[in-house]
Design a protein around this ligand. Structure first.
Ligand code: AMP
Length: 542
């Protein structure tokens, strides 16, 4: 091999914060903490406080490879932890506080976390799991002063920072060093730890910043409405530093009132989040006759975004929705920018593409296979199991021997995503369903996602969930559950009429039931397993 003559510079997360601190020093980070206080800081301060915290971690005996956990909201302190923990080679383990206590204790032990940084809101949670968390030697409460607590070895974050000198420079790590750890919240079995390297984070951050990614750039003011405890906030806390964007961190209050206020006071141009958040924001904008003039683009994903949401946002508020698909195992796996061919098509055709789950993005290779493991045509119609591979796709799970989620291949393994999808010849994917949620009626598949998306276009339907329940004749048939606007009663035929134009006639749900709420998992997805259990004894009316 004739080796290329380039410099041997490692891809490190510390280079991101160094870049932002140097070139975008006064660009604002506006954060609301859990006490409601608004902190206005900037990239230079985030960098210098991160460096102080890094030396505090070193003083506490944290070494490269040690896991340090956070149970925190989106605020400036959590952002500092993103950089201080990774900067010295220790591993940022973000924990989802919505998981059950038992799961959190299991995760802390499995990861062998040494120090846990917690928001004051989660003190009761920390107190409940502390005796079981055997590896944890210190709890750091993200506050000015230490609140009253039964936790042993607890300190206040600001005391820790005040008592330490900043690190002079970041250590030069190997880019393959572990940087972040995030557990997937499987509905069955124990959670699985996805561990990303510095190299992987820097590469996926670059992809996130590209025009076909999230188009994160220095002219943007970004509202981070995806939690930093889930999939590293879709890499946006890193991308904002790489680009030098303004970042607005909303803290715990993700109510539509709070989000709209942030958008309008901070001139937010771009935001990202799961569909349920934006459905409630749109409802609020309509109810209060409010506009969001600065907001130009949204990345929506995590679960399927209904077409009606995209249409309303664009037609009534001028906000373009980029529909993205991804997983903890790779962060962003697709994005929704139109190719020039789609630009040339009519509006209806463009919107049809937009309702798909984005396009294959360079860096995450996608492929569909059938039940026999044969590759499925990219014809936009034939469904298959979606596989993924690439330099930032997880190759294994942390300390897990039995890994049945990878498919070996001669030229390297593929990740089995567990999603059933179609793909066209430009790489646009459409998620039909999670493999375990697809409704199997008479040997054919019905997409619960498509039924739900059509149902939320019906008058008065706020949220919808379709599940397959046993049926004598067909094996399974769809039951549709809907949450209605307050004061509305269910008109079954009106809902079915709204769905009818969008799906094959035999897909129409056999029954529609109004429910006060639809249960969600810790990561905000509809908990279909719970719904199937809840409606296990349901009797079909026809
Ligand atoms: P998580 O690892 O918790 O982020 O969950 C990843 C899963 O979320 C994927 O495997 C999909 O099932 C689902 N998902 C993510 N984005 C989308 C999307 N745009 N449309 C449908 N499902 C999605």
């Amino acid at each position: 091999m004739l080796r290329g003559l380039n410099m041997d510079r490692q891809l490190l997360i510390s280079s991101l914060i160094d870049y932002a601190g140097r070139n975008h020093s006064s660009t604002e980070i506006v954060a609301t903490d859990s006490s409601g206080l608004v902190h206005r800081t900037n990239w230079a301060e985030i960098r210098s406080r991160s460096m102080r915290l890094s030396s505090a971690l070193l003083q506490q005996g944290i070494r490269p490879g040690d896991r340090v956990a956070t149970i925190a909201w989106n605020d400036h302190r959590h952002l500092e932890l993103y950089y201080s923990i990774t900067g010295i080679g220790s591993v940022l383990h973000t924990i989802n506080p919505r998981l059950r206590e038992q799961q959190i204790a299991w995760i802390l032990n499995h990861a062998e976390d040494q120090i846990v940084f917690i928001d004051p809101d989660f003190l009761p949670l920390a107190e409940a799991v502390a005796t079981e968390a055997l590896s944890v030697r210190q709890w750091v409460v993200l506050a000015e002063e230490l609140p009253a607590t039964s936790l042993e070895n607890a300190v206040a974050y600001e005391d820790l920072i005040a008592g330490s000198n900043p690190l002079q420079e970041w250590p030069l790590l190997d880019e393959w060093s572990a940087a972040t750890l995030c557990y997937t919240s499987g509905t069955t079995g124990n959670p699985k730890g996805v561990m990303q390297s510095h190299r992987s984070i820097v590469l996926q951050t670059w992809a996130t910043c590209t025009g076909d990614g999230h188009d994160v750039n220095s002219s943007q003011s970004i509202l981070l409405a995806v939690p930093m405890f889930h999939v590293n906030g879709w890499a946006i806390p890193f991308a904002a530093a790489m680009a030098g964007s303004k970042l607005v961190l909303p803290g715990p209050d993700l109510s539509p009132e709070a989000l709209v206020q942030h958008i309008n006071t901070e001139n937010v141009t771009f935001s990202a989040g799961v569909p349920t958040i934006w459905l409630s924001v749109v409802q609020h904008l309509q109810d209060t006759d409010t506009d969001v003039p600065s907001l130009k683009r949204l990345a929506v994903g995590g679960s399927a975004a209904p077409r009606s949401l995209m249409d309303t946002l664009e037609d009534d508020y001028g906000v373009f929705v980029s529909h993205v698909w991804g997983m903890t195992e790779m962060t962003q796996g697709s994005a929704g920018r139109f190719t020039h061919r789609v630009q040339g098509l009519g509006r209806e055709e463009q919107r049809r593409r937009q309702a798909m789950a984005g396009r294959e993005l360079y860096g995450v290779e996608l492929r569909l296979i059938d039940g026999d493991g044969q590759e499925v045509a990219r014809d936009g119609a034939t469904p298959g199991e979606l596989l993924a591979r690439g330099p930032w796709v997880a190759a294994n799970y942390f300390n897990l021997e039995d890994d049945s989620t990878h498919l070996p291949a001669e030229d390297g393994p593929w990740l089995r995503t567990g999603d059933v999808a179609t793909m066209d010849n430009e790489g646009y994917i459409s998620i039909v369903d999670r493999a375990k949620d697809v409704i199997k009626s008479g040997g054919e598949w019905i997409s619960s996602i498509e039924l739900e998306n059509a149902a939320v276009g019906a008058p008065g339907v706020v949220e919808a969930a379709a599940v397959g329940l046993p049926h004598d004749q067909w094996g399974e048939r769809p039951l549709l559950l809907v949450v209605l606007e307050s004061g509305r009663t269910l008109d079954r035929d009106e809902v079915l009429d709204a769905i009818r134009p969008h799906v094959a006639s035999w897909w129409l749900p056999n029954d529609v039931v109004a429910v006060p709420e639809i249960p969600h998992t810790g990561t905000g997805k509809i908990d279909k397993k719970l719904l199937r259990d809840q409606f296990a004894d349901f009797e079909w009316s026809q």
